[in-house]
Design a protein around this ligand. Structure first.
Ligand code: SF4
Ligand code: SF4
Length: 378
């Protein structure tokens, strides 16, 4: 299968690169992905042979954090280029086996881990949550794959349900009918499957009468808000909802937590969607939460390396992992809690706390869990 090389050079604007190196200097992975990918694409331009790229570690190391694209002074779409190459290879079946399994699992079971579709809402069975279609509600709490199936992240889903119930938010979930949002699927290169998920999810949302969507994961928030072309339904990340509820005086944050906490800005929430203030508003509203800002914060936040399909890619790391660097930065600040607002960040950092032997010094929590503790509902 041949590809028209002009697609890569012109669609991704490689012809306007001024070789300043800003993209590669800001890349959080160790393989200098933007520089090497552009170089390989240029070489392939002349040979019209892209197969040699498929095994390059920098292709699958990219977390799609978007730092390279956001910082480029010429507007070169480095991250789109990497996703475009992955898409080209996915269409040829030349993707690593772990990525292929995640894509097939999503097609068959609606989640990348291949867990049973029928068990998607098991986590909520004792919580008294409304199901769309069975009971009426206009606000959809879109749970997402990791918060539905991963036992660690389920505690975030549960905390949010209890917070919303206590605050009088009328909401429902789709239960077994919910499917993967497709954000990571698109970033692993499967554009056709992403389009199918977006189309099917959009149709389901509209048929169910959804008027507003709240997501747990910034990855779901990004895909549904920015990449579902026919949606026209407002989408909020849960931190935006909690910040509004605090502003309206609807959250009773009664318990003093007595913690010192810092916040890690998830890439898909912060630098890609500019939701910076709401998580900080929540943390600084919690009684007994001594908030400390990290030096690398907001747009400069260091990617945890959990996105862009990295949850399912093997290898792709070299030297010290960013998660471990981030945990050490938080400990050096004097924080005893590293708060975040993303399932992938939560899982990545918890793993890093264990591997770096710092379990006695710091804990990782999702903001929803801290709010749940302050409201005494978890
Ligand atoms: S998206 Fe992030 S990880 Fe990927 S090449 Fe760009 S800066 Fe590096
Ligand atoms: S930041 Fe943009 S212009 Fe500079 S080297 Fe990277 S792609 Fe080229």
């Amino acid at each position: 299968m041949k590809i028209d090389p002009k697609t890569f050079v012109h669609d991704f604007q490689l012809n306007i690169c001024i070789q300043c190196g800003t993209c590669t200097g800001g890349c959080p992975v160790k393989f200098r992905s933007p520089l090497n990918m552009r170089r390989l694409v240029r070489e392939s331009y002349f040979t019209e042979n892209f197969s040699s790229i498929s095994k390059r570690p920098e292709l699958w190391a990219c977390t799609t954090c978007s730092t390279c694209s956001l910082r480029c002074p010429s507007g070169v779409k480095n991250v789109e280029l990497i996703m475009g190459i992955r898409n080209f290879l996915a269409n040829k079946g030349e993707v690593p086996s772990t990525i292929r399994d995640a894509l097939e699992n999503t097609l068959l079971q609606g989640n990348p881990w291949g867990r049973f579709r029928d068990r998607r809402a098991d986590w909520a069975k004792d919580l008294g949550v409304k199901i769309f279609g069975e009971e009426t509600s206009e606000t959809l709490f879109y749970v997402g794959c990791a918060p539905s199936y991963d036992p660690r992240v389920q505690s975030v889903s549960t905390a949010l349900v209890r917070i919303f119930q206590k605050a009088g938010v009328d909401f429902g979930i789709l239960g077994k009918k919910e499917s993967c949002c497709g954000n990571e699927i698109r970033r692993m290169g499967e554009q056709a499957l992403f389009k199918k998920l977006a189309k099917d999810n959009t149709a389901l949302f509209k048929k169910s009468g959804v008027k507003r969507i709240i997501t747990i994961s910034p990855h779901c928030y990004n895909a549904i808000k920015n990449e579902y072309s026919d949606l026209n339904i407002p989408v909020q990340h849960y931190t935006q909802v909690l910040a509004d509820l605090i502003e309206a005086g609807k959250l009773n944050l009664s318990k003093r937590l007595g913690i010192s906490a810092t916040f890690h800005d998830p890439c898909f929430l912060g630098k890609q969607n500019k939701v910076f203030d709401e998580p900080r508003k929540i943390l600084t509203s919690i009684p007994g939460c001594d908030y400390i800002e990290m030096e690398r914060s907001r747009e400069r936040s260091l990617c945890c390396e959990g996105g862009g399909g990295r949850m399912w890619a093997e290898g792709g790391t070299e030297g010290k992992r960013n998660g471990e660097i981030r945990i050490r930065e938080a400990v050096a600040l004097g924080a005893k809690t590293l708060a975040t607002a993303c399932p992938f960040c939560l899982l990545t950092f918890e793993d890093s706390v264990k591997t770096s032997g710092l379990s006695e010094q710091i804990v990782v929590k999702d903001i929803a869990e801290l709010v749940g503790e302050a409201m005494e509902v978890v």
